[in-house]
Design a protein around this ligand. Structure first.
Ligand code: AMP
Length: 172
């Protein structure tokens, strides 16, 4: 694979609503070498950091979180939309551009103090990742870094996350 990963991302204007530049990752996912490279970059970054769990955000975070956890030989913890997790959860409602959303994590997801990476496909306003990081803290985990394939700079997602370190492979 010689092209940069960024060239595999497709921009779809006005999806799902007018004014949004939607970053379509399916054009990266369907290419075996590009998908492999995207996962490998995360693996290289985290393999020596004594990470104890990967926390993946529903649903595109699962795509990157599961192979990363597998490669590191550690567990995967899902952060899911409301009503999907069957056991006792912490739940958090947060503001979207229009309306609100609710995320949940199992209370017994990991041991207290566990060093975790929280992963999603894309950082936009930061509302989703900020809520996920709060849930990790409530469940007793320690966020070592928030990881993304893509960051949309200029939407102040980083500011929203306060002092959590952030890593993105591609920045627009
Ligand atoms: P936010 O909470 O604003 O940081 O939004 C992040 C979530 O919304 C991620 O899970 C993304 O999958 C999705 N998302 C937001 N904006 C876009 C965009 N322009 N293109 C693709 N996905 C997006």
């Amino acid at each position: 694979m010689t092209q940069p990963l960024e060239s595999y991302i497709r921009n779809i204007p006005d999806f799902p609503i007018p004014g949004i530049q939607f970053k379509d990752i399916t054009t990266l996912l369907r290419d075996g070498a590009a998908l492999h490279r995207a996962i490998d970059v995360f693996v290289e970054r985290y393999k020596d950091q004594k990470i104890e769990a990967i926390v993946a955000i529903e649903s595109r975070g699962f795509i990157f979180g599961a192979p990363l956890a597998y490669a590191l030989g550690i567990g995967l913890v899902p952060v899911r939309k409301a009503g999907k997790l069957p056991a006792d959860t912490h739940r958090l409602e947060y503001a979207l551009e229009y309306g609100t959303a609710t995320l949940e994590i199992h209370k017994d997801a990991f041991p207290t103090g566990a060093r975790v990476i929280v992963i999603d496909d894309l950082l936009a306003t930061g509302g989703t990742i900020a809520a996920a990081c709060q849930l990790v803290a409530q469940a007793g985990g320690q966020v070592v870094e928030a990881a993304f394939l893509i960051e949309l700079a200029g939407l102040a997602g980083r500011e929203r996350l306060g002092n959590h370190p952030i890593y993105a492979q591609i920045t627009y």
